[in-house]
Design a protein around this ligand. Structure first.
Ligand code: COA
Length: 167
C-alpha cells in the first residue's frame, strides 16, 4: 500500500525531500561532525547534496520509500533525514540529524516512524541497519527500535556493526 505523507510522530513529520530542501539539507550534509560516520565519512559539497536529493526522489519513485526529510513540527525546520534504502544488505534503515538536534530522542522517533511504515503499509518483513563501530549513539538508537546485532561487516571501507529487525 502506498504511504501517506507526512508520516506523523509526536514531534516530527517525515515527508519526501524536494529540490527546495537543498539549502537546509546542505547545512546538515555539509557538516563534517555530522557526516563522520555516514557513507564515505566526508561532508558533502552543495552539488553532492543536490544530487542526493535527486537520488532520493528517484528511489521514492522506484520503491515507494527513500530517505525522507525529518521536520520538527514545532518550528517547521528540516532537522535531518530518516528512511529506508535498498542496498547490498537488503532494505536498510538510516538517519542523520543536525548536530543541534542530537540528544532529544528525535532519531528514535523518526526511526520508529520508518519501522512502522515498513511493518505496515510497505509490508517489509526484514530491515537491516549498519552502525560504524565508532558510533555507539547510532547503535543505541537501533537497540531502542528493536534491532538485534548480527555481525561486523565492512562497508564504505570501514567496519560496521550490522543490525537486523525481522517481524
Ligand atoms: C546517530 C544519531 C542520529 C543519534 O542521535 P541521538 O540524539 O543520540 O539519538 P536519539 O535522537 O534517539 O536521542 C537519544 C538521546 O536523547 C535523550 N532524550 C532527550 N529527550 C528525549 C525524549 N523526549 N525522548 C527520547 N529520548 C530523549 C535520550 O536520553 C538519549 O540520550 P543518551 O544517548 O544520552 O541516553 C546522531 O548522533 C546523528 O545524527 N549522528 C550523525 C549521523 C549518524 O551518525 N547517523 C547514523 C549513521 S549509521
Amino acid at each position: 500500500m502506498p504511504l501517506e505523507f507526512p508520516l506523523r510522530g509526536a514531534r516530527l513529520d517525515l515527508r519526501p525531500f524536494t529540490s527546495s530542501d537543498a539549502a537546509a539539507a546542505h547545512r546538515i550534509y555539509g557538516d563534517a561532525g555530522v557526516m563522520r560516520h555516514v557513507g564515505e565519512g566526508e561532508p558533502s559539497s552543495p552539488e553532492q547534496t543536490a544530487r542526493m536529493l535527486v537520488e532520493y526522489a528517484a528511489h521514492q519513485g522506484r520503491h515507494g520509500f527513500a530517505f525522507w526529510a525529518v521536520i520538527e513540527r514545532e518550528t517547521g525546520a528540516l532537522i535531518g533525514d530518516a528512511g529506508l534504502e535498498v542496498t547490498a544488505q537488503g532494505v536498510e534503515l538510516g538517519y542523520t540529524l543536525a548536530r543541534n538536534r542530537w540528544g532529544h530522542g528525535f532519531a528514535t522517533e523518526a526511526g520508529r516512524l520508518c519501522v512502522a511504515a515498513a511493518d505496515g503499509p510497505l509490508g517489509l518483513r526484514r530491515l537491516v541497519a549498519l552502525a560504524d563501530v565508532e558510533n555507539p549513539a547510532s547503535a543505541a538508537v537501533l537497540g531502542r527500535l528493536g534491532f538485534v546485532e548480527d555481525r561486523v561487516v565492512r562497508a564504505y571501507g570501514r567496519p560496521h556493526r550490522r543490525f537486523v529487525r525481522e517481524r
